[in-house]
Design a protein around this ligand. Structure first.
Ligand code: ZN
Length: 290
């Protein structure tokens, strides 16, 4: 894969990685994760961080954002605790960037957000609005967004449909509408100092997502969760032109492995080297302040 820039120097940055361990895949994931695995023909094998680290090194990736997960109120599944994310980050401080997660439906979510940054030194927050079962534009979450804006750290919001609960009756109660990026646009408009990364091409709302990233200086997106060969043509076109300073590489590990994503990127896109550098690491280095 040494045809891609930055690989030899291990400069690539994965903006979106989950734990390849039971904490995420089994405990937090529960039945909805088994549905997704069945649908996509993967097994829910688990492995450790040494193997993950080696796999990333082979792919030329020097940093990865490791995401917390707390959708306990809506799903009934236990969280991937923020203390655990911080512990893993502390074991690999030059590799992982730790992002916390707070459950917006819990009464103590604002206090927990403050603890994540001030006590655990986590670098931002991840929200998965479909699993967490909330509409980010609703007024009851204003305090949370204001708090995070004041803390001065970025947030990652899920964008688009989710594979969690795929094909089960009622999708296990999860509502796709909560993944609509237009709900994030409201948050971005009211919190101009909050940097927002919309994770994944936001199928079936990619056009809305592109419009928001163009119109809002504080909104960015990543290409995680989809192999490049399946990403909407318009997204790839914008990533190579008007949004080439806004789009970032991400995998959604362990569902997608870095080598398969990068192989698909090399085979199915024809960006010039400067664009590849922006998408694979320069935009992320700037966004995460590395
Ligand atoms: Zn993810």
């Amino acid at each position: 894969m040494d045809q891609l820039p930055g690989v030899a120097e291990q400069r690539l940055i994965d903006t979106h990685a989950h734990q390849p361990t039971a904490e995420f895949l089994e405990d937090a994931g529960g039945e909805m994760m088994k549905d997704a695995a069945r649908k996509f023909g993967t097994d829910l094998e688990t492995w450790g961080y040494e193997e993950m680290r080696a796999e990333y090194a082979d792919a030329g990736i020097g940093r990865a954002v490791l995401l917390g997960w707390d959708a306990e109120t809506n799903t009934g599944n236990p969280p991937v605790p923020n203390d655990y994310v911080a512990d893993v980050r502390d074991e690999y401080p030059d590799f992982f960037i730790g992002f916390g997660s707070v459950d917006p439906l819990k009464d103590d979510c604002v206090e927990e957000a403050i603890r994540c940054v001030e006590d655990l030194d986590l670098s931002g927050f991840k929200f998965q609005q479909i699993a967490q079962g909330f509409d980010p534009s609703a007024p009851e979450y204003e305090d949370l967004w204001t708090t995070i804006e004041d803390l001065g750290v970025p947030v990652v919001f899920h964008g688009g449909n989710s594979t969690l609960g795929a094909c089960s009756a009622g999708g296990r109660g999860l509502k796709v509408k909560h993944g609509n990026p237009l709900l994030i646009d409201d948050v971005a408009a009211e919190h101009p100092d909050l940097d927002i990364l919309i994770a994944h091409p936001a199928f079936p709302w990619e056009a809305e997502q592109l419009a928001i990233c163009q119109q809002k200086g504080n909104v960015y997106m990543d290409l995680s969760g989809w192999l490049p060969k399946y990403i909407d043509e318009q997204v790839l076109q914008y990533a190579g032109s008007v949004l080439s300073d806004k789009v970032m590489f991400g995998t959604d590990y362990p569902m997608i492995h870095p080598d398969e994503w990068l192989e698909s990127f090399a085979a199915h896109t024809d960006y010039d080297e400067a664009t590849q550098r922006r998408l694979l690491f320069e935009n992320a280095a700037e966004f995460f302040g590395l």
